[in-house]
Ligand binder design. Structure first.
Ligand code: SF4
Ligand code: SF4
Length: 62
């Protein structure tokens, strides 16, 4: 799964809108990734203006 860096995230909501699987949600100023929905397309990684999401890696804690 993509790895989200909460400290970098500006909560702009852009990745939430671009995810075709609705796997990303912003709640209480924390971006959450639903691993059951994510297809690892990396659209969110490409979109994020502050590089707060790293591409798919073998080992992540989300
Ligand atoms: S990698 Fe694709 S499916 Fe997964 S959260 Fe990002 S945009 Fe959504
Ligand atoms: S696009 Fe980047 S800065 Fe915006 S909500 Fe997503 S992870 Fe955070």
């Amino acid at each position: 799964m993509p790895l989200i860096h909460q400290a970098l995230c500006a909560q702009c909501g852009g990745c939430v809108g671009v995810c075709p699987e609705d796997a990303l949600t912003l709640r209480f100023k924390e971006l959450r990734l639903d691993q059951a929905r994510c297809t690892e397309c990396n659209l969110c990684v490409a979109l994020c203006p502050v590089d707060a999401i790293d591409p798919v890696k073998p080992f992540t804690t989300g």
